[in-house]
Design a protein around this ligand. Structure first.
Ligand code: HEC
Length: 145
């Protein structure tokens, strides 16, 4: 019993440490972006059925994710080292990095506001959003291995 209590308290310590780690936080949000955009691009490519309501829900989730992405909190000074692929350029050009994230958020918001009615409309939006991901990764992310 005592062992179990210790194990549980260690577990909750590990969990709260995880949430206090900006590197893990930003990677978690990025992973969620990847999952959402992956699902949307399957629909855009015709590999999954288009359902306007489901698509809108996914886009809204992408907006919530982008609105949670607080660059100041997620990229504090010193978080350029460790298990991260964030490029040092982020801290050298914080304004440029923030404006890349702002453009991305604006494009996601525009997609939500437009509420794509068919696959072609979705395709155009996924194209714009996907190029925002690519542009930022090219400029502000280092390739590992
Ligand atoms: C404003 C810049 C920016 C935008 C926009 C952006 N990313 Fe990222 N992304 C990053 C940075 C920086 C990292 C590296 C984070 C780290 O390792 O600390 C990253 C990492 C990732 C990762 C790896 C996470 C991990 O587990 O290490 C995935 C997946 C990802 N991004 C997907 C996306 C997708 C999909 C989009 C678009 C829908 C997107 N990103 C848009 C900057 C951006």
């Amino acid at each position: 019993m005592r062992k179990l209590v210790i194990a549980i308290s260690m577990l909750s310590l590990a969990v709260s440490a995880a949430f206090a780690d900006p590197i893990l936080d930003r990677q978690g949000l990025m992973k969620e972006r990847g999952k959402l955009v992956g699902g949307l691009s399957k629909i855009a490519k015709g590999e999954a059925d288009f359902d306007a309501a489901a698509v809108l829900t996914q886009l809204q989730a992408l907006q919530v994710n982008a609105e949670k992405f607080d660059v100041d909190a997620l990229f504090p000074a010193g978080s350029d080292t460790g298990d991260t692929t964030a490029s040092p350029k982020i801290w050298e050009d914080m304004a440029g990095f923030k404006s890349a994230e702002d453009k991305y958020l604006a494009d996601v918001k525009a997609a939500v506001a437009a509420a794509p009615a068919d696959v072609d409309a979705l395709k155009a939006q996924v194209g714009t959003i996907g190029s925002d991901c690519g542009t930022c990764h090219q400029g502000y992310r280092i390739k590992k291995g």
